[in-house]
Design a protein around this ligand. Sequence first.
Ligand SMILES: Nc1ncnc2c1ncn2[C@@H]1O[C@H](COP(=O)(O)OP(=O)(O)OP(=O)(O)O)[C@@H](O)[C@H]1O
Length: 223
Amino acid sequence: MIQLYNVYKTYEGNTPALFDISMIIKKGAFVFLSGPSGAGKSTLLKILFRWEKHDHGQVLVNGMNIGKFKESMLYLLRRNIGVVFQDYKLLPGKTIFENVAFALEITSNQPRRLIRSRAWEALKNVGLSHRKDAYPLQLSGGEQQRVAIARALVTEPKILLADEPTGNLDPDISQEILKLFEKANRVGTTVVFATHNQDMLASGNHSVITLNRGRIVDTRVLT
Ligand SMILES: Nc1ncnc2c1ncn2[C@@H]1O[C@H](COP(=O)(O)OP(=O)(O)OP(=O)(O)O)[C@@H](O)[C@H]1O
C-alpha cells in the first residue's frame, strides 16, 4: 500500500513539482499516472523510491514512513520495489542474463545456483530466455525493455514503478510491454505506471491519476 498525505516538492529555484498531493494506492492495484510533460509524474515516482525527498507531508510505503528514513535504511524500502525506465538502463558490458542475475546478486545472498535459476525464470517470463547470452545492444528496444522488466521483477518486489517505459517504443510493442506489467499485477504486484500515452491509458482497464503542474487534476479509480 502506498499512501501520500499533503505532499509537496519544489526543486531549487523552480515552481512546485508537486503541490499538496494526497492519494492512496491499494496493495495489488494497477494505477496509471498521467499528465503532460512537467506534470510531476517522475518526481512522484522518485519520491516513492526515495531518490528524491519530499519537502512536506507524509509518504508511507508498505506502512513505512519513508520521509524519515536515513540512507542506511533505504534498503528496507528498495528491496520491495522494482523500477523500469524509458531508457532501459541495462549494463552494456553484461549479457542480458548477467544483467538480470546481477539485480539478485546485489540484493540477496542466495546461492549462485538459485540466482541463476531465478534469473533464467525471469527471462523466460518475458519471452527472452533463448537470447540470454546476447548483450543489450544486440537487442531491439522492445526486447531491451523486456529485459529491464525481468530485472525489475526477478527480486519479486511488492511494488513495480515504471517511468514512461514505452516512451521509446512503437504502439504494438508498447502494448506487449503493457501486458507484461499486467501479468505482474495479476500475481499481486502493485504497479504504478507513468505515461502520457493516450492509447495506453485508454487500452487498460486501470485506475488513472492525472497530474498537471504538480497538482492532481483528475482521478479515475477502478475497484
Ligand atoms: N532535478 C530537477 N531540478 C530542477 N527541477 C526539476 C528537476 N526534476 C524535475 N524538475 C522540474 O519539476 C517539474 C516536474 O518534473 P517531472 O520530471 O516530475 O515531470 P514529468 O511529469 O515526469 O514530465 P515528463 O513527462 O516530461 O517526464 C518540472 O517543472 C521540472 O522542470
